[in-house]
Design a protein around this ligand. Structure first.
Ligand SMILES: NC(=O)c1ccc[n+]([C@@H]2O[C@H](COP(=O)([O-])OP(=O)(O)OC[C@H]3O[C@@H](n4cnc5c(N)ncnc54)[C@H](OP(=O)(O)O)[C@@H]3O)[C@@H](O)[C@H]2O)c1
Length: 246
C-alpha cells in the first residue's frame, strides 16, 4: 500500500514540485488547494498528468481552524493516517513596517504560521499513535536572516522554526520527525513576478548567482520524508545557494 502524504498549497510553484517528487517516490499525495476552487485544481491536476491513485485533490483554507479540524478528521476516517505532512502554503504581503497595516500583518501570520497549528494539530496525535510520521515545514531564508519590507513574513517564517523544534521534542519518542526546509529565492511565480531590476539585484547577492529550482527544494523535502532521513529531527535544512550560512 502506498504511503500517504499531505501537501498544502500543492498547486503553487514549490508545492507542485513537491507533489511531483512525492508521486515519483510512490506516495499518494493529498494535494490541498484554495484559490479558484475545484475547477482550477482539476486543470492543474490534468496539466500535470496525475491520476486518482497518485493525487487526491482536497480543498482547504489553511487559515480556517474549524474547517481544517473538520475536513482533516473526515480525511483521516476515509484515507487513514497521513504519513508525511508538508506545510507549504504561504503568502507575502510586503511593506516597510511604518506603512504595514494590520491586515498585511494578520494575513501573513494566519497563512504562514497559524496554519501550522490548524493543519498539524488534527494530524499529529494520529501520527504518534501509529508510531511514526514526518512533518516538514517550508520556511524561508528570510525567516533566518530577516528582510527589509518583510517583518510580517520573517516573523512567521522564523516562528515555524521554534514550532518545529518544540514539536520535534514532543514527537521524537513516537518516531515522528519534525523539520524545516528553508528555501532561498526560488524560481516560482512568487519571485519571478518581481520587477526585473529587483530580481537582478537579488540574484547578484546569491553566491551561486542563480535562483533555486523548485525541484531542488522538493528534493530536500523528499529526503527528509525518506527512510534515509529517519534520524533527523528539529533541524532546518537551508537550500539557498549560499545566500545565508548559519
Ligand atoms: N518562491 C520562493 O522564492 C520562496 C522562498 C522561500 C520560501 N518560500 C515558501 O515556499 C512556499 C511555497 O511558495 P511558492 O513560491 O511555491 O508560492 P506560490 O506559488 O504562491 O504557492 C503558494 C501556495 O500557497 C497556497 N495558499 C495561499 N493561501 C492559502 C490558504 N489560505 N489556504 C490554503 N492554501 C493557501 C496557494 O494555494 P492556491 O494556489 O490553491 O490558492 C499556493 O498554491 C511558501 O510557504 C513560501 O513562503 C518560497
Amino acid at each position: 500500500m502506498k504511503k500517504l502524504a499531505l501537501v498544502t498549497g500543492a498547486k503553487g510553484g514549490i508545492g507542485s514540485a513537491i507533489t511531483e517528487k512525492l508521486v515519483q517516490d510512490d506516495y499518494r499525495v493529498i494535494a490541498t488547494h484554495f484559490t479558484g476552487g475545484a475547477e482550477c485544481a482539476k486543470e492543474w491536476f490534468d496539466e500535470k498528468g496525475f491520476n486518482q491513485d497518485q493525487v487526491l485533490l482536497f480543498e482547504l483554507d489553511v487559515t480556517d481552524t474549524e474547517q481544517c479540524a473538520t475536513r482533516i478528521a473526515e480525511l483521516l476516517r476515509e484515507e487513514g493516517t497521513v504519513d508525511v505532512l508538508v506545510n507549504n502554503a504561504g503568502i507575502t504581503r510586503d511593506s516597510v513596517f511604518k506603512k504595514m497595516d494590520a491586515a498585511q500583518w494578520h494575513d501573513v501570520i494566519n497563512t504562514n504560521l497559524n496554519s501550522l497549528f490548524n493543519v498539524t494539530q488534527p494530524l499529529f496525535a494520529a501520527m504518534c499513535e501509529k508510531g511514526g510520521g514526518r512533518i516538514i515545514n517550508i520556511s524561508s531564508v528570510n525567516g533566518q536572516k530577516g528582510q527589509f519590507g518583510q517583518a510580517n513574513y520573517a516573523a512567521a517564517k522564523a516562528g515555524m522554526m521554534g514550532f518545529s523544534k518544540s514539536l520535534a521534542a514532543e514527537g521524537a519518542r513516537a518516531g515522528v520527525t519534525v523539520n524545516v526546509v528553508a528555501p532561498g529565492y526560488t524560481a516560482t511565480p512568487m519571485v519571478t513576478a518581481m520587477r526585473e531590476e529587483v530580481l537582478e539585484s537579488i540574484t547578484n547577492q546569491i553566491p551561486m548567482k542563480r535562483l533555486a529550482k523548485p525541484e531542488e527544494i522538493a528534493a530536500s523535502v523528499a529526503y527528509l520524508a525518506s527512510d534515509a532521513g529517519a534520524y533527523i529531527t528539529g533541524e532546518t535544512l537551508s537550500v539557498n545557494g549560499g545566500l545565508y550560512m548559519q
